[in-house]
Design a protein around this ligand. Structure first.
Ligand SMILES: C[S@@+](CC[C@H](N)C(=O)[O-])C[C@H]1O[C@@H](n2cnc3c(N)ncnc32)[C@H](O)[C@@H]1O
Length: 199
């Protein structure tokens, strides 16, 4: 089976390169590579997620399915006190580690290889940010939503972005099964951001 951006191993040879992303007035340089999600440019859904998120100084953020780490790096630059970034793709997690170090965030952020959030413990995060791997299938996405929700403190928020055409309504239904106050908080360019609160 060919490797995907969400595969545990990549068959395409590594060839790292730099990309730039400007979001919320910040111009950030990031290392990317072949075999990771949206390798050559910031994904439009991720951009909407970052523009929608309310980063609060000192908060604990989970960047679930971090890819090369753009979400966690932005959270760190916006003043998060703790950022945990996980991805099942080791190449992606390695890039995320490299990118957080390059931005001087190694003391507040860490990136690791993990299958979902279940090994990360419960009720420690204020915010979980998720651009789910829709192509990995419904069960993977469901387990990421449930795992991310389980990491949240009571009152913590999970924000998820997805293409409107990729079943946002069914994602909202999954969110309602483990979170309260599930609502659409932003939309644009064919994407929607859903938010839910842990109780
Ligand atoms: C749509 S991409 C988003 C990447 C990054 N957050 C961004 O916005 O650019 C989803 C990410 O989830 C990762 N992923 C897929 N299944 C996973 C799992 N079971 N556990 C952790 N990460 C997973 C993929 O490897 C991929 O990097």
């Amino acid at each position: 089976m060919p490797a995907h951006y969400f595969s545990r191993t990549q068959t395409v040879p590594s060839q790292p390169f730099e990309i730039r992303a400007t979001v919320r007035g910040r111009d950030v340089r990031l290392m990317s590579d072949r075999g990771v999600f949206s390798a050559t440019r910031l994904d439009r859904g991720t951009r909407l997620l970052l523009e929608t998120a309310e980063f609060r100084p000192g908060e604990a953020v989970l960047d679930l399915g971090c890819g090369y780490g753009v979400v966690g790096v932005f959270a760190g630059l916006e003043g998060a006190g703790q950022v945990v970034m996980v991805d099942i793709n080791p190449r992606a997690a390695g890039l995320a580690h490299r990118n957080l170090e390059a931005h001087g965030l190694a003391e507040v952020a860490l990136a690791m290889v993990a299958d979902g959030a279940s090994a990360l413990g419960c009720a420690w995060a204020d915010t979980c940010l998720l651009n789910p791997p829709i192509r990995a299938g419904r069960e993977v996405v469901r387990s990421l939503i449930e795992g991310g929700g389980g990491c949240l403190k009571p009152g913590g928020r999970l924000l998820l972005v997805a293409r409107t055409s990729q079943g946002v309504k069914s994602l909202a239904k999954v969110m309602t099964e483990c979170l309260s106050q599930v609502e659409e908080v932003a939309k644009g360019g064919g994407f929607r951001v859903l938010g839910g609160t842990a109780s």
